[in-house]
Design a protein around this ligand. Sequence first.
Ligand code: ACO
Length: 321
Amino acid sequence: MTGKICGTGSCVPKGVWDNRKLMELVDTSDQWIRERTGVARRHIAEKGETTASLASQAALFALENAGIKAEQVDLIITATVSPGELMPSVSCLVQKKLGAVNATCFDLNAACTGFLFALNTAQAYLAQGIYKTALVIGAEVLSNLTNWKDRSTCILFGDGAGAVVVSAQETGKFVQITHSVGEKGDVLTCTCRNQKIYEKRADAPETYMQMDGREIFQFAVSRVPEAIEELLKREQMNIGQIAHFVLHQANERIVRSVARRLNAEQDKFPTNMEEFGNTSSASIPVLLDELNRKGMLKRGEYIVFSGFGAGLSYGASLMEW
Ligand code: ACO
């Protein structure tokens, strides 16, 4: 059996912060942010908008798109590094909201590579015949982990959620490659903001996301094309056979560089970080939903997903749409 995506959905907070808003918070400019990252705006959660509420809405849209009832879902996996609470899991909160009473639910943390790892995990269950229908979600309220006084990070991130329904089919293709490099863990960190120990030091920098941007940039532009090439080589396929490369939306320059290194056509690499910034594990499914709703994906086409993130971690998946 092979997992096939049969529905997509997404949900972002109503509030939009453009680059001018960030100029009120840190010493930066609209021009610098656009040129260095490709980001113009990001959606930021307000009171009442949580990781679970965004995830639930995205999941509901995905189920509607797939024409599947919540009770038919056997498995819910949510990739997130920014759950509203440590317990219960976001997936269990989604289950409750949707009435997906038959689903087994858990969350997964692989930072910005989270959606990719969650999709692969769901695929493994479906391929084994353990479950038939899975909801895979990437959901983040990164604004809770963002230091709004740190211009080297706050310009990048945004909040949002994307979801896909994956169902087990007799035919199709789904293959993947994943890697983790724990040795480089210090490059991108965030200590737990929920721990009591930090209550008295709520503004301690280590409780927000901290990163070595240049190091991550170098990591991404070398490892992402490597992973894609490794996967295609293993499958005896070539770049020309891939219709769309749906990459983690961290930085426009990273996506363009990956396309160049692969000698692939730039227009096969859609981007939407201009509108949403880097939404970590939500970025791939939010972009996929956009492409799906615009009618840009055709059944039988091959799509490559690829991402990288804290851990560090990275990987690529190839799927027949
Ligand atoms: N506004 C204006 N100037 C700035 C800003 C800002 N917001 N931030 C940094 N600068 C300055 C720096 O101080 C530096 O000035 P200097 O030359 O006088 O020292 C100059 O701009 C260049 O700084 P760099 O850090 O070299 O800029 P770079 O081109 O590398 O861009 C960026 C920085 C955008 C962070 C880039 O490195 C990047 O996108 N890296 C990848 C980060 C990433 O993807 N992180 C998420 C990983 S996924 C996950 O798991 C969450």
